[in-house]
Design a protein around this ligand. Structure first.
Ligand code: SAH
Length: 213
């Protein structure tokens, strides 16, 4: 599959839709205009790649809806060079958006099939996360902590304490919390012990699952 002018045109239209839905961060919108989402999906869905919809990927998982990716990215307020941990690599699309924002990205996936697939895909397309990990994101990545930002791309029944503890002071954790539907939740670490919590709209994610072992 290739990236063509037509794809670029569709991406610009997608960015316009996201602006209408309330996304305002220019860097986030530029990343949406740049990343070839159709390459992150099964070729049978290629024609739909620039609709604002989630689609199935392997292992019963989904590539998140562009609005959701943009919303989470905007809440993270990524600055170039920051260390960002992503839980749920999935298709790798959110990873690519974070890399486009010049973040140092650490990404964890618990489905072996997806982990292997994205590993090959990233190197083929020249996306370079700092680390791609096959494992359980509930535990975070203590050996690389603390992080400027953590984004969880699956629905968590509650906030994993490990993730809160791996944030820098001033760092931001963006996590959808809930079982059927999720409330997008932002935690900002104010000090060693204090966190500010802000809640946003309702979203629907695949569940964040605990370790298979
Ligand atoms: N960011 C992805 C979203 C994929 S859906 C994208 O844009 O495509 C969420 C992903 O989280 C799935 O791939 C799922 O396998 C993964 N996941 C679920 N529980 C997890 C866990 N405990 N640790 C790491 N990844 C997990």
């Amino acid at each position: 599959m290739k990236d063509t002018l037509k794809h670029r045109g569709m991406r610009n239209k997608l960015a316009d839709i996201l602006i209408k839905k309330g996304i305002s961060d220019q860097n986030t919108l530029d990343a949406i205009r740049t990343i070839p989402r159709h390459l992150f999906m099964d070729s049978s869905f290629e024609g739909h790649a620039y609709q604002d919809k989630a689609f199935p990927i392997a292992a019963d998982q989904t590539i998140s809806q562009p609005y959701t990716v943009a919303f989470q990215t905007q809440l993270l307020e990524v600055k170039p060079g920051q260390k960002i941990l992503e839980i749920g690599t999935g298709s790798g699309y959110q990873t690519a958006v974070l890399l486009q924002l010049k973040a140092k990205v650490y990404t964890i996936e618990r489905q072996l099939e997806l982990f292997k697939k994205t590993k090959i895909f990233f190197s083929k397309l020249g996306y370079r996360p700092k680390k791609k990990i096959f494992g359980d994101g509930y535990k975070g990545l203590p050996e690389e902590a603390p992080f400027d930002g953590i984004v969880v791309t699956a629905g968590a029944p509650e906030v994993p304490r490990a993730l809160m503890s791996q944030l820098k002071v001033g760092g931001r954790l963006v996590i959808p919390i809930g079982t059927n539907d999720q409330i997008m939740t932002l935690y900002i670490r104010k000090s060693d012990k204090e966190f500010e919590k802000k809640e946003f709209g309702s979203f629907r994610f695949v569940p964040l699952l605990a370790d298979k072992n």
